[in-house]
Write a protein that binds this ligand. Structure first.
Ligand code: SF4
Length: 248
């Protein structure tokens, strides 16, 4: 399992500073954290965008404020509370998880990765997310956004030292979602740009037609005329030498 602590401390610090200014710390499952709220949010976020999850999550935890209340609910009521999110199989599995945790784990969501992965609907990513967000453990859940950021950062951002925190994961998620996008990453505003190995090269200015002026025939003609003007009267120059004298 990848570790948050494997990210270089200076990168984590830059991420945390940026997260304090620009991150989505106000998301309801981040603002107030508990294993149950993390579990619900992770199930909802599996196939639904954050913006749609926010109101559904808030209504769901009002309807079922605790894991025990969810476990005791009727399946039909759980599905009703899931309305609008789609992929109802997630609601069924979440309900199953609540029932199993009550019957087999004394009502406490396990923090052990293997026990988590043994529950319905919880794979490697969700187990790592629950361990990082709910229990502040060092697991690094890698979704597509985080994978992209880590890939672009490259080895310079890694270290075997230090520990991280769930806020680092949140920052990485937000960075991947808002700045380090698949196309056209916003590297100018990126807080960890100086550590990034694979940031795209800045585009060079181009003329209105999309061709750099130095690449045009007009530019070449001007340089040839300049060079010929510099020749003393009567002096000749071969095409080869002229070509060699032109600025590249
Ligand atoms: S510098 Fe650009 S490519 Fe690198 S992590 Fe930041 S946004 Fe992504």
């Amino acid at each position: 399992m990848p570790r948050i602590g494997s990210i270089r401390p200076s990168v984590r610090l830059a991420l945390l500073r940026w997260y304090r200014r620009c991150g989505r710390a106000g998301l309801p499952w981040r603002r107030k954290r508990s294993p149950y709220r993390t579990l619900v949010s992770e199930f909802m976020l599996q196939q639904t965008q954050v913006e749609r999850v926010v109101p559904a999550f808030e209504a769901f935890v009002v309807r079922f404020p605790t894991l025990a209340s969810l476990a005791a609910a009727r399946r039909a009521d759980v599905l009703r509370a899931w309305r609008g999110l789609g992929y109802n199989a997630r609601a069924v599995r979440l309900h199953e998880v609540a029932r199993i945790v009550v019957s087999e784990h004394g009502g406490r969501i396990p923090r052990d990765a293997e026990q988590l992965r043994a529950l319905p609907g919880i794979g490697t990513y969700t187990a790592a997310a629950i361990r990082a967000f709910a229990f502040a453990l060092d697991d690094l859940p890698i979704d597509v956004n985080i994978a992209r950021v880590l890939h672009r950062l490259g080895r310079r951002a890694r270290t075997a030292l230090g520990r991280g925190g769930y806020a680092v994961v949140s920052a990485l998620m937000d960075l991947g979602a808002h700045l380090c996008k698949r196309r056209n990453p916003d590297c100018v505003r990126c807080p960890i740009e100086r550590y990034c190995e694979k940031k795209p090269l800045p585009a060079r200015p181009r003329s209105a037609k999309g061709v750099r002026f130095r690449e045009t025939a007009r530019y070449a003609r001007g340089r040839i005329v300049d060079r010929l003007r510099e020749l003393p009267p009567g002096k000749r120059i071969s095409l080869l030498d002229l070509h060699g004298d032109l600025p590249k």
